[in-house]
Design a protein around this ligand. Sequence first.
Ligand SMILES: [Zn+2]
Length: 106
Amino acid sequence: MTFSRRNLAKRDHHTCQYCGAQPGAEAITIDHVVPRSQGGVSSWTNCVASCVRCNAKKADRTPEQAGMRLRRCPVRPEWKPLYAAHGVRVESWARFLSHELALLLA
Ligand SMILES: [Zn+2]
């Protein structure tokens, strides 16, 4: 899973990780938990989805400094293997169906 605003918003279900607001996929912003000005990096574990209001309120501070609480700790998503497994299942099911069809049409 590539690190991007889009994928990060998806990981956090387009939900602000501070207040729980769901402003919509286009309005959600990325908040650096440890701000870049304090050495924070752009990574899965240092970034969360945030609404514009909370992002502005938190500004260049850590959640502790801003007196804000993260709803969930940011983690690296593990979706890729799940998607892959799902793909395999769909593919074998499709092969099974076409085999059945071939038998019917024979
Ligand atoms: Zn918020």
